[in-house]
Write a protein that binds this ligand. Structure first.
Ligand code: ADP
Ligand code: ADP
Ligand code: MG
Length: 666
């Protein structure tokens, strides 16, 4: 086994590889770009090497710089993860030349599968079934059109060098073909540096089922069953599961054998995935082979009990495969959901921002999270917007699904748009529950997945009110009641009278009357009466009883905004005339002081920086959540009295700040 490996990747996959390396006693070397200097994968590794500016082409794609780093660090091998250099045959070759083992297949196998067209030609010779289509060298538009007409519409034009769901065009009519071809070729040339395309019959309501294969250098090969990755948006996977619902042992063996034949045909070594597209009747056709570890490999690990990264390291070190085909068994059912920084309501547009609040479900033998970010980290525009993968296991598919619903309900992210609520809804669709899977599932379930925006239910408004009450108590308890009085609100400590709290959800105003009762609060919203114990000061959780039913929710308050997580749904509720920005800052004699005890998680400006009113200066973590301290006026941030990681007490001076009068006009 190797004693040290370099991981030529970032994000969750780099962290995941580091974990296995650590367990095996193999030292790990991370690489990082400017944007990733404080990233989780750097924090988890034994060593880390800076490789360049933020853009991937200047850092994670610079093969020679990475190989040099590996040599200098004394690493025996390089794990490329997925994406970036993982399917770059030249990189694999350069590793070998530098005397560093590439943890992946031989360069020739990567090359053979690198072009979808060439791979299909090879599979045809091997007798692996193909979707009817054209994958020849000749690329004249007239000939391509002839083939499309012959195949019959709809057809799919695909970039031969494509990947990640990009460079594909569905064409429904002969007349639309020329324009679609031209645009596909443009995208292929720009995105993959290769304008060549292939044409396939476009299958209606197909399933994406793929086989995990593994081969060693001693001529052994096995398949670790299948994954169903049919639930996709923009031809990209969102949910994956294993085994594929409805798969019978005979078809599994057929597909497994076909996948191994494909691997054998290119002299494959290591982990690979053969992707098939499957017709409703069960006929399956080769789509492509991904010559690397796949994003969704954890579902296979959950049902087989194997660690595929360990297998990769062993095979790359020259060992035989840990198990033979007949020793591999499949147990239960596993589902993975990809948590992305993206906005489902805006066509799944990728989003960026700081994850200022992150709560994840408790981990267990049945719930696994592969994450590349922690609370406080930034999702930058430079890389893939995946935040984490949530993977669950159950005895049956129904049990796994139920566990996923629960875990998604406990997955709470603020600061960046994300798809968690969309995933929760996806889990609840009839099609998913009934395992009626195919690549059109998201379209078919559109109404349930994208419901009209509705006002927050009373339970969520009541939860928001409890969050506000907790914050008031907290501040009063810390002698900061003055801030509350300054807000001009009719609010009294230990008031016997009702306190009136106003909220707004989707332009509808909601009023909550809150009264102290023994051990808690009684809240009234119109006819609804809610009872709640005093919320804990230590975290964001609240409990409420409505009509004898006990509900749990989490409430995060920042300024006027209340984020309420309840029942797997996330509601943003506005507080009307809130406290005078509690939790922001106190300014005294030129310094900015901490309003509550906490830990400094980030300094956001350089000492000496001139800042404008409201500009974020530093982030403090208190009460398990983050509070951003902003400039109270325009001014100069002279110096920080604290460093990242420092624990500060309430009232201690954080920043030496000099106010400058706000200039008006120019
Ligand atoms: P799969 O591996 O299941 O086929 P995708 O094709 O969606 O899934 O994901 C692989 C591709 O996604 C990579 O080729 C890369 O372009 C991109 N990608 C996703 N996440 C990352 C990441 N953390 N680092 C690098 N590339 C990533
Ligand atoms: P990529 O390299 O981007 O992963 P694939 O060839 O693997 O490209 O296809 C990605 C997805 O596009 C598939 O999972 C499937 O949903 C859809 N797709 C591919 N080929 C076809 C086809 N012939 N008919 C219908 N859908 C297809
Ligand atoms: Mg694919």
């Amino acid at each position: 086994m190797f004693s040290k490996i370099l991981i030529a990747n970032r994000g969750e996959i780099a962290c995941r590889i580091e974990r296995t390396a650590h367990r095996l006693g193999v030292r790990s070397v991370a690489v990082y770009s400017d944007a990733d200097a404080n990233a989780l994968h750097v924090r988890l590794a034994d060593e880390a090497v800076h490789i360049g500016p933020s853009a991937a082409r200047d850092s994670y794609l610079r093969g020679s710089v990475i190989i040099e780093a590996a040599v200098r660090a004394g690493a025996d091998a390089i794990h490329p993860g997925y994406g970036f250099l993982s399917e770059n045959d030249q990189f694999a070759q350069q590793c070998a030349q530098a005397g560093v083992v590439f943890i992946g297949p031989p360069a020739a196998a990567i090359r053979a599968m690198g072009s979808k067209s060439a791979a299909k030609a090879l599979m045809q010779q091997t007798g692996v079934p193909l979707v009817p289509g054209y994958h020849g060298e000749e690329q004249s538009p007239a000939l391509l059109q002839q083939h499309a007409d012959r195949i019959g519409y709809p057809v799919l034009i695909k970039a031969s060098a494509g990947g990640g769901g990009k460079g594909m065009r569905r064409v429904d009519r002969c007349a639309d073909f020329p324009a679609a071809l031209a645009s596909c070729q443009r995208e292929a040339a720009a995105g993959f540096g290769d304008a060549r395309v292939l044409i396939e019959k476009y299958l209606l309501r197909p399933r994406h089922i793929e086989i995990q294969v593994f081969a060693d250098t001693q001529g052994n090969g096995v398949y670790l069953f299948e994954r169903d990755c049919s639930v996709q948006r923009r031809h990209q996977k969102v949910i994956e599961e294993a085994p594929a619902p409805g798969m019978d042992p005979q078809r599994r063996a057929q597909m497994g054998t076909a996948a191994l034949a494909a691997a054998k045909a290119v002299g494959y070594v290591g982990a690979g995935t053969v992707e098939f597209i499957v017709e409703p009747g069960g006929n399956f056709y080769f789509m492509e082979m991904n010559t690397r570890l796949q994003v969704e490999h954890p579902v296979t690990e959950m049902i087989t009990g194997q660690d595929l990264v360990e297998w990769q390291l062993r095979v790359a070190a020259g060992e035989a495969l840990p198990l033979r085909q007949e020793q591999l068994t499949l147990q239960g059912s596993a589902i993975e959901a990809r948590v992305y920084a993206e906005d489902p309501d805006r066509g799944f547009l990728p989003a960026t921002g700081r994850v200022h609040y992150l709560r994840t479900p408790a981990l267990s033998d049945f719930v696994r999270i592969d994450a590349g970010v922690a609370q406080g980290d930034v999702i930058s525009p430079y890389y893939d917007p995946m935040i984490a993968k949530l993977i669950v296991w159950g005895e049956t598919r129904a049990a796994a699904r139920a566990r996923m619903v629960q875990a998604l309900g406990e997955f709470q992210i603020l600061g960046v748009a994300n798809n968690v609520q969309f995933l929760s809804r996806l889990m609840a669709t009839r099609a998913f529950v009934g395992a009626d899977l195919d690549t059109t599932l998201i379209e078919r379930e559109h109404a349930q997945l994208f419901p009209a925006q509705s006002i927050a239910p009373d339970s969520a408004i009541a939860a928001a009110a409890l969050g506000v009450l907790r914050l008031q108590r907290l501040l009063a308890g810390r002698g900061l009641g003055a801030a509350v009085w300054r807000s001009g609100q009719a609010w009294r400590l230990n008031a016997q009278s009702d306190q009136r709290l106003r909220f707004q959800s989707k332009d509808v105003e909601k009023i909550v009357f809150a009264r102290d009762v023994a051990g808690g609060y009684e809240l009234r919203l119109g006819e609804t009466v809610v009872l709640a114990p005093l919320p804990s000061r230590a975290d964001t959780g609240v409990r409420l009883t409505i009509d004898g039913q006990v509900l749990k929710a989490d409430v995060v308050i920042q300024g006027e905004r209340c984020d309420v997580f309840i029942h797997g749904e996330h509601h943003v509720i506005e507080r009307i005339d809130p406290l005078a920005h509690v939790g922001e800052l106190a300014v005294a004699e030129g310094g900015i002081r901490a309003l509550m005890p906490g830990r400094v998680v980030a300094l956001l400006v350089q000492p000496g920086a001139r800042v404008v009113k409201g500009e974020p200066l530093l982030i403090l973590e208190a009460m398990k959540m983050e509070h951003t301290t902003c400039a109270p006026t325009d001014g100069v941030c002279e110096a920080f009295n604290v460093a990242v990681g420092d624990q500060v007490s309430e009232g201690s001076e954080l920043v030496q700040f000099i106010s400058e009068p706000t200039k008006t006009g120019c």
